[in-house]
Design a protein around this ligand. Structure first.
Ligand code: NAI
Ligand code: NAD
Ligand code: ISE
Length: 343
């Protein structure tokens, strides 16, 4: 049976997920949408030729009995309210990162899910579905490089918009590394320090850019992550795991090589939508399939909570310049079983 999906927030990524569900993926259709800007939502319905109703808000959309699952793709500060309302309505919910903008907000979602007694939430940490990261994890799990000792990574965007602030380098951007690295090495974080190299002239006056975040894991692995959101040359994601017996590196996106005008090389992607296009397809298809089975398997609300606690400590470290502790609540039983994307 086709799964009816409602979309809360029809901006950049909401539209992109609507496009993939309507034209690339199988087993679901969009039957309901809402956005604080209702006219924009109506334009999206027409643009994608959807047979969908535009509702005035998330509550009205969630009240529809024929909506089996929802995607929350509004801006971050609106996520908590919509996810809590979805759990209250007993609907499966895929929520884009961040699950909520505070650790307390994520904890409220975890507690609501525990009260419900079953996992309903999947968080949009799509890198766990990227074939490069999956290969890296396999190499680490098979001990091809021995025990991991250090990780070096970089998250570079060509440019950041006027509303992007220094803390968003953590809460909006590094948040993907925060999630995927603990999944990669099956570890949790202990402490963090942030340092600032010389500022690029391309960053707006209110911004610190680039930033270097050092995170120590409970198992003693040292992570060095560079965030550089005005690097100009492209959208570039690097990750290298240095182990006792060798080094494993995230593959570059495949692309033809060109010999032209005295140069030899390959193109670099410019947009996050293209870099992880297959991972987004896989994560949303996994959500559709697992909702139909009645058992969501992707990144959990607990993963969203851990990411938020870690991000809070990183933001504190941005301000203090000191090493800051990362301390988590005890993991509830509901989240103990391994998810498919962890397997
Ligand atoms: P956007 O600003 O393009 O779209 C957000 C939309 O949500 C807007 O249309 C806005 O009108 C709507 N909205 C805001 N508050 C709302 C509310 N209370 N109810 C209904 N609609 C509401 O933002 P974008 O880039 O699409 O980002 C949305 C979310 O997706 C963010 O949480 C962002 O972090 C996440 N995201 C995730 C990415 C990933 O790689 N997983 C990539 C880009 C964004
Ligand atoms: P966007 O601003 O383009 O779209 C957000 C939309 O949400 C807007 O249309 C806005 O009107 C609407 N909106 C805001 N509050 C709402 C509410 N309460 N109810 C309904 N609609 C509401 O933003 P975006 O780039 O699409 O990002 C959206 C989310 O996706 C963010 O959380 C962002 O972090 C996340 N995101 C994730 C990735 C990723 O790689 N996983 C990439 C981009 C964005
Ligand atoms: C955006 O919200 C994303 O999630 C992208 O994946 C990330 O690269 C970008 O920096 C964020 O702003």
């Amino acid at each position: 049976m086709t799964l009816n999906i409602g979309v809360i927030g029809t901006g950049a990524i909401g539209k992109d997920h609507i496009r993939r569900i309507s034209s690339n993926l199988s087993g679901a259709r969009i039957t309901a949408v809402t956005d604080v800007n209702q006219e924009a939502a109506q334009v999206v319905v027409e643009q994608y030729g959807l047979d969908a109703v535009v509702y005035p808000d998330d509550k009205a959309l969630l009240a529809q009995a024929d909506v089996g699952a929802v995607l929350v793709t509004s801006w971050g500060p609106a996520h908590e309210q919509s996810v809590l309302a979805a759990i209250e309505a007993g609907k499966y919910v895929f929520c884009e990162k961040p699950l909520a903008t505070t650790a307390e907000g994520c904890r409220r979602i975890v507690d609501a899910e525990i009260r419900h007694g079953k996992r309903l939430v999947q968080v949009g940490f799509m890198r766990r579905y990227d074939s490069g990261y999956v290969q890296l994890k396999q190499a680490i799990d098979e001990r091809l490089i021995g025990e991991p000792l250090m990780i070096r990574c970089a998250h570079r965007n060509p440019e950041s918009g006027p509303n992007y602030t220094s803390d968003m380098a953590i809460t909006d951007t590094l948040i993907h590394e925060i999630d995927v690295l603990r999944w990669l090495i099956d570890d949790d974080y202990k402490s963090v320090q942030v340092t600032y190299p010389r500022k690029t002239r391309h960053a707006l006056s209110h911004m610190r850019d680039p930033q270097v975040v050092m995170i120590e894991t409970r198992g003693g692995v040292l992570i060095t992550a560079e965030i550089f959101v005005n690097c100009r040359y492209g959208y570039d994601i690097q990750c290298e795991v240095i182990g006792e017996d060798g080094i494993a590196k995230l593959p570059e996106p495949s692309s033809i090589s060109l010999r032209k005008e005295g140069m030899y090389g390959t193109r670099i992607l410019m947009d996050w939508k293209d870099r992880f296009i297959e991972a987004y397809d896989r994560e949303i298809q996994d959500f559709i399939d697992s909702v139909k089975r009645g058992d969501v398997q992707g990144p959990t609300a607990w993963d969203g909570y851990v990411a938020a606690v870690t991000a809070d400590a990183c933001v504190k470290a941005q301000e203090s310049g000191e090493w800051e502790d990362i301390s988590l609540d005890e993991k509830p039983d509901l989240y103990e079983s391994r998810t498919l994307s962890e397997a």
